[in-house]
Write a protein that binds this ligand. Structure first.
Ligand code: NCD
Length: 309
């Protein structure tokens, strides 16, 4: 396959396995580019990209911006806090105003699930979902799988556990879709109140015993507890959460084998993982961040090559 089967990246659930393979092969090339002294290629000199962030972000926004600049695209940034959205403008009006300035691609983070799909039906631009509420975060899942492939050779056949707040996590849902599509085995682990009832229908198993599942897995992806999405308490206290579902070096060292630790960031040090785990050689957290730029370059490059002008 030489081009993506989709014109937008709205979620992993719209992708085929071949799309993921193509993104990873392209990312391999860009990873080599960003390790050169001159980290830039002229590929997208004729493309303008708008980054629209209606929800807070550090890593994802910077990663997209860097990816776009390393492809030589023109970039404009917009964050909801300083925009007319606060004055009552609709999403379609906001985006159409931006597009009338001749923008080809929109990277959008939005608190509402489905915001990217909605936009793709109403505006003439290629849309990349940078996280829509608790729904999907496709570029995060792709950089996560890419990092697994880099550390362990391939994703197929690997045993992955996603630990923590599955209920509110777009990272979890996109990872489940991506890992299953590539033939990995997936389990989720966390407090029962933070595991959605439908989850087993996605072909994943639920495990509430952290030690047991850590002994089973090759990789543990430790999620942050998303307090900002919670209106009620889902567990008695942070201390109890950490006691049951937090990973420290002592637990890791007591396992039968050495497992790989991942985290999408931002980390709550001492809650889901301790500092000695986050900073150990078993953790690939900073590799994930570095790979994020190459994977996003690949996605933007492949989508841009499908834009008809
Ligand atoms: C995640 C997100 O925003 O969904 N972070 C990220 O994109 N790097 C996860 C989180 O906020 O915990």
């Amino acid at each position: 396959m030489s081009e993506l089967s989709v014109n937008h990246l709205l979620g992993i659930k719209y992708l085929k396995k071949e799309d993921i393979d193509l993104i990873f092969e392209t990312a391999d090339h860009f990873k080599e580019v960003i390790n050169r002294p001159i980290k830039k290629v002229p590929s997208l000199r004729d493309i303008t990209i708008a980054n629209l962030f209606f929800e807070n972000s550090t890593r994802t926004r910077l990663s997209f911006e860097l990816a776009e600049k390393r492809l030589s695209a023109d970039v404009i940034n917009f964050s909801a806090a300083s925009s007319s959205v606060k004055k009552g403008e609709t999403l379609i009006d906001t985006v159409n105003n931006i597009l009338s300035m001749k923008v080809d691609m929109v990277v959008m983070r939005h608190p509402n699930p489905g915001a990217g799909v909605f936009l793709s039906k109403h505006v003439e631009a290629s849309i990349v979902n940078a996280g829509d509420g608790a729904h999907e975060h496709p570029t995060q899942a792709l950089l996560d799988s890419y990092s697994i492939r880099e550390r362990l050779g391939e994703v197929a056949g690997k045993k992955v556990v996603i630990v923590g707040d599955i209920l509110h996590s777009r990272v979890a849902l996109s990872n489940i879709f991506a890992l299953k599509l590539q033939g990995a085995e997936v389990k989720v682990c966390g407090p029962k109140t933070l595991i959605p009832k439908y989850i087993e229908k996605l072909g994943v198993q639920v495990e509430t015993d952290l030690r047991k599942v850590l002994n089973w897995c090759d990789i543990a992806n430790m999620l942050r507890v998303q307090n900002e999405r919670m209106e009620i308490s889902y567990f008695p206290s942070t201390r109890e959460y950490t006691q049951q579902f937090g990973v420290n070096k002592k637990i890791l060292d007591s396992l039968d084998k050495e497992i790989v630790i991942m985290h999408p960031g931002p980390i709550n040090r001492g809650v889901e993982i301790t500092s000695d785990v986050a900073d150990s050689n078993q953790a690939i957290i900073l590799d994930q961040v570095q790979n994020g730029v190459a994977v996003r370059m690949a996605i933007i490059y492949l989508l841009a090559s499908k834009i008809k002008r």
